[in-house]
Design a protein around this ligand. Structure first.
Ligand SMILES: [Zn+2]
Length: 236
């Protein structure tokens, strides 16, 4: 039996995932198999456990996933994705003595609140997100190409060849393309307190196309270190 987080076979055992409900009793959500050291480091808090600790077995994975060089930048992106503030994340993480082995004390002290820059594809007008004509057409092309079967690498190369500017880094990488394809904002959804909800901002594409993209990402990515968790939209 292998550890579901790091694939080690060293002293693998069950960790019971529990969530405290309103009556203060712990509701058992399930069991996961973890090796000895992952079990010892695992946080009890469900959001940290499921959306951070289990998703990223190392700092390297975390940085690669978000296409950034600093753990503090990755944390800012993770917070945006989860719909929680940096302050909330700091509080959660400070309750974990080892910061899950993903963040050093210096990462936490260098945390800057996210810039007010809107997500790629949008601009802000009178406090609301509206599609940016040039960037939103790039977003649509990226989804089109991926749905037509092009790889993340193909798309990154095409963007670089076409000299499509990025917001921050100089070049597009497969990780930046994947980050874009995974953003439910483009289907008109936003994460608040870890839950995806329909938002009032204009979507760039149909939720069904977004969901199809997520299924393809999960299917086409077989490397355990790049596993993606499903994103399902409540379209009912
Ligand atoms: Zn492990």
């Amino acid at each position: 039996m292998k550890c579901e987080r790091c694939w080690s076979e060293d002293g693998v055992g069950d960790l019971i995932v529990a969530e405290s409900n309103k009556s203060g009793r712990n509701a058992e959500l399930g069991k996961i198999h973890l090796c000895h050291s992952c079990r010892a480091a695992a946080p009890r808090e469900p959001l940290l456990l499921q959306k951070l600790f289990l998703k990223f077995a190392s700092k390297k994975e975390l940085l690669q996933h978000y296409g950034v060089n600093a753990a503090s930048d990755a944390l800012v992106r993770w917070c945006t994705e989860m719909g929680i503030t940096l302050k909330e994340a700091e509080t959660l993480l400070s309750q974990e003595s080892v910061r899950l082995g993903l963040f050093a004390a210096s990462d936490m002290s260098s945390l800057q609140p996210p810039t007010r820059q809107p997500p790629y594809g949008y601009r802000i007008q009178e406090g609301s997100l509206i599609p940016s004509p040039s960037e939103s057409s790039v977003v649509l092309s990226v989804f089109d190409k991926y749905l037509e079967g092009e790889t993340l690498e193909d798309i990154a190369q095409w963007l670089n060849r076409s000299r499509v500017p990025t917001r921050k880094d100089k070049t597009w990488h497969r990780s930046t393309v994947r980050y874009l394809l995974r953003n439910p904002l483009y289907a008109g959804y936003q994460r608040r307190n870890g839950v995806l909800r329909k938002s009032s901002h204009p979507a760039l594409l149909e939720p069904s196309l977004f969901e199809k993209t997520q299924a393809m990402l999960a299917e086409r990515c077989r490397r355990p270190d790049q596993k993606v968790s499903a994103i399902s939209l409540d379209t009912g």
